[in-house]
Write a protein that binds this ligand. Structure first.
Ligand code: MG
Length: 189
């Protein structure tokens, strides 16, 4: 009985940013091809571990490179298929990817605007934002999470302390695997 309980999801949904969290961000560039999609160290095992503690794992990503015409939507879809296939080989499962290719910064679907969270809630009515987490490496991720009411973890160290004064996050981790370890330790108490 206790063993079975260990594998019951504790949390509702893990919302994941993509670039800088799952894969290495290309400085001042977009991931335009499969060759340019490089997983962050231990990101795959992190997602496989997080699958045990979250009912859903959903990616929420801005991909303006398509809107700018630097890459095609089909390129983005191929990159995502590669990412999902590679993850699945290690039993790391992503339930859905939401992406926004819009050029305009104030587009309702572009983070920090909340359109993609509302779309996810429409598609998965069981989503409970308050019992979820958002993991992202940008201020716009944390602003998005704050606007929707999702507890946030800031990943990485792109920012100086004073730049973070206007946002709220519960946790700051160097990478997704550190966050996965935190969730595991919390849940096994
Ligand atoms: Mg990012």
């Amino acid at each position: 009985m206790i063993l079975e309980m260990e594998h019951m999801p504790v949390y509702n949904t893990l919302f994941l940013d993509r670039d800088g969290v799952i894969n290495i961000q290309r400085p001042k560039d977009y991931v335009k091809t499969i060759d340019e999609f490089i997983f962050q160290p231990h990101a795959i095992e992190a997602i496989a571990l997080l699958n045990k503690y979250f009912k859903y794992i959903i990616i929420i990503t801005n991909q303006r490179g398509v809107g700018r015409g630097i890459m095609k939507q089909d390129d983005l879809e191929q990159i995502h298929q590669y990412m999902l296939n590679t993850l699945r080989e290690s039993d790391a499962i992503i339930d859905k990817i939401y992406y926004c290719t819009a050029l305009e910064s104030d587009h309702p679907d572009r983070k920090p605007q909340t359109g993609m969270a509302l779309a996810a809630k429409r598609d998965f009515p069981e989503i409970n934002f308050a019992n979820s987490w958002f993991a992202g490496d940008s201020l716009s991720d944390i602003q998005f999470a704050n606007a929707v009411g999702i507890p946030a973890v800031l990943i990485g160290n792109k920012y100086k302390q004073e730049q973070l004064a206007s946002v709220n996050f519960e946790l700051h981790c160097p990478d997704l695997f550190t966050f996965a370890t935190y969730i595991k330790d919390q849940s096994n108490r």
